[in-house]
Every structure is written in C-alpha cells, then in structure tokens.
Design a protein around this ligand. Structure first.
Ligand SMILES: [Ca+2]
Length: 558
C-alpha cells in the first residue's frame, strides 16, 4: 500500500443518461470536469528534483563537520530527513549514476566502468531507467550537468544540457549557468509533472584535467586573473590547519592543503544547491517537489572513491518531501542504498516499475531496493530497517556454501564494483549490515589499481613519496597493504568502524562470515551477477545449464 496516494486518476464517466435530464446531465458533467481538473492537478503536483554531486562526502554540518561551511545544504537538511547510513552501490562515477537511475547494480545494468572517452562503457540496450520509465507515464524529464551514462536510448531526457553538448565546466561547475538552465526547464509552459536531475561536477578533482584551476577546480570562476567569474559564487577559503582530516587520510601538510582545496570547491556546490532550491521556489514548486540530494561515490582520497570500504561507500543523502514537513530535520539510521532511489522516485510519482526482461530477454528485471518514503514519516525517524528482501534457502546456495547456517539477523545493503577506468579491472562484491562489512575481492592476487586522477593528486603523491623515501607516513595503512588485499575482508564495525582489522580468518567470526557470504551469494544470484563464480570456478548458464546454472571448478587453487 502506498501511503500517500492522492486518489484514483482514472475517471470513468457516467455514460447512460436520458435527454430530459439534461440539466442533471450538465451538472454531472460539470462535476466530472471539476473532478478531472482537480485529480489532474493533484497528480501533476508531484515533481522530483534530484541533485547528485560528484565525489562529495559528509563535509557538512548535518553529518558532523562544522568546519566546512555549507549553509545551503544545512538549510536543505532542515527540511529533509537526513539519512545517516546511506551508501552508494558502487564507488565509481558512471557505474554509480547508472545504478541510481536504473535501480540495478552495475553488474546487472552493464555499466561496468566509466562511460566517457575511450572507456566507453554503456548500460545494456534493454535496460530501462528512470527518465524513460517516468516519461512513459507522462512525466517531463530534464538533465542539467554531468550525465556520464549511456546509451541515450537507455537514458533519454527530454531536456538535456550535459557534457555531451557543452563544456562540463559550464554545465557542471558554473552554478550561474546551471541556474539559468534549470530556470529554463522550470519556466517551460508545461503543466506536466517533472523529473529534473542536476549533476553537479563539483567537488570532483581537477588536477588531472585542468590543473590551471587548482586541484579541485577551486579557482575556476573565482574572479582572479585568468580564472573567469561565476557571478553567483562567493568562494569560501580555508586555512589547511582548520580542516577535518578523516581517519583514512594521512595527517600531513600535503593532505591538509588538498582537503582545504576540496572545501573551497564544496562552497560552490553548496551555493549551487541553494540556487536550485531558490529556482524551485520562484517557479512555485517548492511545495510539490520531492528533493533528493546525494553524491555518486566516496571522496577521492585513499580508501574512498573506487573502494568498497566505508569511505568509498558512505554518501550524504537528504530526502525532502513537502508531504512530510512534520518530520523535517529528523535523522534516519536505516540502511539506505542508492539502489533505493529508483523505487523512491517511482513511488513518489506513482509510477509502476515496468515488467520486462533483460540480458537478452532471459531474465526479468527486478528491483532489489526499497522506497524510502515510508521512512520519512513523522515520529518514525528510526522506524527500523526493512526486513531483508532476499529469502535464502540452503538449496539456493550452490556448491560452495551448503553447510552454512543462515542467521539473517540484520538488514543489509550491497555493493558491486568491476572497473573504474578500463584498465582498472578489480571486481569486488560487498555486503554491509549495521554490524559488519564483508568484501569479496575476486582478483585479490593483483594489486589494487589506482586511477589517473587520484594518482596525480597531492594526497596520493604524498603517500608515494613518503613510502619511497621511507619517511614517516601518519596513515592508517601502508601502501603495500592498500595494494594487496585478502580475498575476503570481514570487519566488525562495532569494534572496528575504521575497518582496520580483517577478522575473516578468526574462528569466532566463522558463523558471521558464513551468513554474510551466503547472503551476498544470494544477492548476486538474484541480480544475475556474471561474476558469481569467481575466482575459483566458471559460471555456466546456457546450453545444458540454461535452466540451472552452475559453478564448475577450475582447480586453480583459489
Ligand atoms: Ca564521481
């Protein structure tokens, strides 16, 4: 049952009447028309503004950072439910955006890595995404800013100003330009409901592509000579001594300067969010629009982006519903996933997920996420996590885990990573509950790959230089154990929230390990994961195995 239905929009007119009852008929017709208008207006009065930042983290007051000044995000948080345990399903730009927009994990929608340039990853042709699904229900769709997914047939937007048609610096970082485009979309004389997706490129790193603007493009548009001017941006600068150094970043001068630059760029993002809310208000849609703010992946620091450790997975998630104003400012500690955003938007717009098949029409597409709308209710900020959606039986566990006892005591979210850049093949799968994190590193015998952007960053160069020169490195890892990881990493988050101590091999954690492996395996099964059998076996799922897939052993010692 959807909790916030406005009523039945399908009106069946009375079609049997007598001519001598013309007056009555006219009255009835008038009522019908009034009802139709009212219903139409009510149905129309449900819009969505989704704002996705690029590599942002929890640098805002709502998540405990009082140094980084984000007054506009703070204001949005005051009219939102703040999800304090929200996670991306993959810590990489295109894969994450594809998962946000399809509700399907990267390995199921086909966006295995970055979309642009020579990487050229795309979702499968038969996958359906939010803009296409809601457009079929009469919703107008718009995208301003970073798109980074494809093909267009899978991600069709009616109104699109993206890196495909304009400079990403203009549509992704120039908040004045973004404001103008959003105003153009909202000003359209069109009464249909809308789904507007704004992809801020901030606070993505910049040193790799536009070093002239600083490490985070923190100088772009700041009015200094050669930097251009963004009229709506008032840069906020920070003393590196001020910044909050997270536990997963080394506390060194180089890292602090990097963080200070990130904070300045966050001020452009923050003021951009404020502009979007102002445009929504001036267009008269503040009170009929669901506003979602999140980021695509973890911050571009060690253990962050491209990792499935918490610094890579944890995301800000603000959900502001005008229908839930009584609970604005509440926090929710349920486990929320980016895979929940498609179900959330669909419920808000009262659009059903279509019945269709994917993967060469062999498998029905099924969402494993949940709508977050029920968790916005006043008085239920911590209404409790939903029951796990997967019902695992021993019969489903295949040949590896037949002896595992299934405890299933906690809810969970899942993550799946295959590549980032095309050269960075490092498939990982993870399950995270409130108490535990289990990561399966399928290609654990190779070093963890480093992307071009992060490699050139001051924070990583600092790690490299200090390691090579045997200088002190005040970091929670060594470079070697960052590169080389165990096949199974299990962290007891109550005792070890920083994920420092892998307990997968400790005897007293074997029941937990078994349960989490079984649940991860079940999720991989449910989402048709081609990596299901790695690294010790080969998946066979066609021909004589079409009706009952199997993992056939490789005898490779893994
Ligand atoms: Ca990103």
């Amino acid at each position: 049952m959807l909790p916030y239905r406005f009523g039945n929009s399908r009106f069946i007119p009375h079609n049997r009447y007598k001519t001598h009852l013309e007056v009555t008929m006219m009255t009835t017709m008038m009522k019908v028309m009034v009802t139709m208008v009212m219903v139409t207006r009510m149905v129309m009065s449900r819009n969505v503004l989704m704002m996705v930042s690029d590599d942002a983290g929890l640098e805002m007051k709502a998540y405990g950072n009082t140094v980084c000044k984000t007054p506009h995000l703070d204001e949005l948080a005051k009219r939102s439910t703040v999800f304090t345990r929200a996670f991306t399903s993959v810590s990489s730009c295109s894969p994450s955006r594809s998962a946000i927009l399809t509700g399907l994990p990267t390995h199921q929608n086909g966006m295995y890595g970055l979309h642009q340039g020579y990487h050229h990853f795309n979702s499968f042709d038969d996958v359906r995404s939010l803009p296409g699904i809601v457009a079929a229900a009469g919703v107008r769709t718009g995208l301003v800013g970073k798109k980074h997914v494809g093909p267009d047939s899978v991600y069709p937007f009616d109104f699109a100003h993206t890196e495909e048609t304009e400079s990403i610096m203009q549509v992704g970082r120039n908040i004045t330009r973004i404001r103008q485009l959003v105003r153009q979309f909202l000003d359209t004389n069109n009464t249909r409901p809308f789904f507007l997706y704004v992809g801020f490129h901030d606070p993505h790193r910049c040193g790799h592509t536009h070093p002239e603007y600083g490490q985070f493009c923190e100088k772009f548009g700041n009015g200094e000579p050669g930097m251009g001017t963004i009229p709506d941006w008032h840069p906020v600068t920070y003393d590196p001594a001020q910044v909050v150094v997270p536990y997963f970043v080394q506390d060194t001068p180089a890292a602090r300067e990097d963080l200070a630059a990130q904070y300045t760029t966050l001020s452009r993002l923050d003021q951009g969010v404020g502009l979007m809310m102002a445009e929504l208000a001036s267009a008269g849609h503040l009170n009929d629009t669901l506003v979602v703010y999140t980021s695509d992946n973890g911050i571009p620091f060690p253990a962050g982006r491209t990792n499935l450790y918490d610094p890579g997975l944890v995301e800000p998630l603000l959900v502001s519903s005008p229908q839930h104003s009584a609970s604005w400012g509440n926090t929710s500690t349920i486990l929320a996933s980016h895979l929940d955003l498609t179900p959330t938007v669909l419920e808000w717009l009262q659009v059903s997920y279509p019945n269709y098949t994917i993967i060469n029409k062999r498998q029905p597409a099924v969402l494993t996420g949940k709508s977050l709308l029920p968790y916005l209710d006043h008085g239920q900020p911590d209404a409790g996590d939903p029951k796990p959606s997967l019902d695992v039986s021993k019969q489903e566990l295949g040949v590896w885990l037949q002896d595992v006892g299934i405890i299933r005591s906690e809810p969970a979210v899942y993550a799946s990573h295959d590549l980032h850049e095309v050269t960075m093949y490092y498939p990982m799968r993870a399950i995270r509950t409130p108490s535990y994190k289990l990561i399966h590193n399928l290609n654990y015998k190779m070093p963890f790959p480093i992307d071009q952007d992060f490699y050139l960053s001051p924070v990583f160069q600092d790690i490299l230089n200090r390691t090579r020169a045997s200088l002190p490195l005040p970091w929670y890892k060594t470079l070697r154990n960052y590169y080389y990881r165990d096949e199974w990493e299990l962290y007891d988050l109550h005792f070890d929230p920083d994920e420092k101590f892998n307990v997968a091999h400790k005897g007293r954690y074997q029941d937990v390990l078994g349960e989490l492996r079984a649940r991860l395996w079940a999720w991989q099964n449910q989402t048709y994961d081609p990596w299901l059998c790695g690294p010790g076996a080969v998946l066979q799922d066609s021909g004589s195995y079409a009706t009952h897939h199997a993992c056939l052993p490789l005898y490779n010692g893994l």
